[in-house]
Design a protein around this ligand. Structure first.
Ligand SMILES: C[S@@+](CC[C@H](N)C(=O)[O-])C[C@H]1O[C@@H](n2cnc3c(N)ncnc32)[C@H](O)[C@@H]1O
Ligand code: SF4
Length: 376
């Protein structure tokens, strides 16, 4: 089914990892691979409960670390998803993978399953920095899987990098970026380090240098442009034709169904989030119920605010309708005065300053979850 607000995407969260990185607050459970068998069954059951009549256009398998699944488990996951969405003709299937757990057999299973995009988490090509943030791979591991995947010729390949890491210098970052660009990936995600309370990195007392981070990002943008990438979302750069359709749908306010522990959805104006407790997620789905921990019908100003916040993530910005203009009159004025937003006719977009202070700008529009319906 195509939703009135755009095409429909499906996101599947795979919450297993080989360890916990020092900066990460995504929902993931190292050492819990014994649950994979139950988890794959639960994801299929949830797909049938959530979206029995959907014909989604894109599928995104993220994590956690989806490549923690064995080649056989990868094949089983896709069999189950293709069965649950039997009428779907996916135009894009993305799979996130980590260098320490991807190999030739898993790549073959991904190709067989129809995966079109591979998103590889490198974070930095500097081995000492990788060790410092608790990654469990080296640059050599990444190069091995990158070249194997390239040799297959089937995948559009994206690489994730983070700037502002502990011990990272401007020179080291730019040298690393050039090293990655020399590999000619199709897409690059470049995230500024987000320091989350409670993570080992925050507990260690690491304090990010915002000026250095900004310098890294500002120096990266022209390099990426020269290398043939266009900057299409705050943190995302693509060669023509290689942007993530799934994420574009999301940023354009389209609908998506999230399956799995801690996955979020936005369907028919309702945004919801599944339980982040693996045991509770499995138990509730196995009882034939939906594992939603929070849900809210977005209405009026909240709905508009969500659309604006997502649309502003795109570098081109968004075209405002009358309700968006009038519902947030004072906020638009204030953000323009602070130099975070620029306007041209009905269009609004983040300025260069706004790109760095996006969360500050977004806080004007976004409503937190208000209603709690805990059933998991
Ligand atoms: C959902 S994570 C999972 C991907 C995969 N498990 C990995 O680690 O490569 C997707 C990406 O988010 C980014 N990321 C995760 N935590 C971050 C943080 N605290 N600050 C900035 N980027 C982060 C990393 O670049 C990571 O590759
Ligand atoms: S960054 Fe990726 S591999 Fe590391 S803990 Fe988070 S999800 Fe797992």
């Amino acid at each position: 089914m195509a939703d009135a607000e755009g095409s429909l995407g499906v996101y599947v969260h795979i919450p297993f990892c080989s360890g916990k990185c020092a900066y990460c607050d995504f929902v993931s459970f190292p050492g819990q691979k014994g649950f994979i068998d139950r988890y794959l069954k639960a994801v299929e059951a949830e797909a049938r409960l959530t979206a029995p009549d959907f014909k989604p256009a894109t599928l995104y398998i993220g994590g956690g670390t989806p490549s923690e699944l064995s080649a056989e488990e990868i094949a089983e996951l896709f069999e189950r998803l293709h069965r649950a969405f039997s009428g779907a003709d996916f135009s894009e299937i993305t799979f996130e993978a980590n260098p320490e757990s991807l190999d030739e057999a898993k790549l073959a299973a991904l190709r067989q399953a129809g995966v079109t995009r591979l998103s590889l988490g490198l974070q930095t090509p500097e081995d000492p920095l990788l060790a410092g943030i608790g990654r469990r791979h080296t640059l050599a591991d990444f190069l091995r899987v990158y070249h194997s995947a390239r040799a297959m010729g089937t995948f559009s390949i994206s690489v994730d990098l983070i700037f502002g890491l502990p011990g990272q210098t401007l020179e080291g970052f730019l040298k690393g970026l050039d090293q990655v660009l020399a590999l000619e990936p199709d897409h690059l995600s470049l995230y500024g380090l987000d320091l989350h309370e409670g993570t080992p990195l925050a507990r260690r007392g690491f304090i990010p240098d915002e000026d250095l981070g900004r310098e890294m990002f500002e120096s990266a943008i022209p390099r990426l442009t020269w290398a043939g990438f266009f900057h299409y979302e705050i943190s995302n750069f693509a060669k023509p034709g290689h942007e993530s359709k799934h994420n574009f749908n999301y940023w354009r306010g389209g609908s998506y169904a999230g399956l799995g522990c801690a996955a979020s959805s936005h369907l028919r104006g309702v945004r919801s989030r599944n339980s982040s407790d693996l045991g509770a997620y499995l138990k509730v789905v196995e009882q034939g119920l939906r594992p939603m921990a929070e849900s809210e019908l977005l209405q009026d100003k909240d709905k508009l605010g969500e659309r604006i916040m997502l649309g502003l993530r795109c570098i081109d910005g968004l075209e405002l309708d009358q309700a968006m203009e009038e519902g947030f009159k004072s906020e638009w004025k204030d953000l323009e005065r602070r130099g975070l937003i620029e306007r041209q006719g009905r269009w609004a977009r983040l300025t260069r300053d706004g790109l760095f202070l996006a969360n500050e700008a977004f806080s004007e529009f976004v409503a937190p979850f208000k209603s709690l319906e805990v059933n998991a």
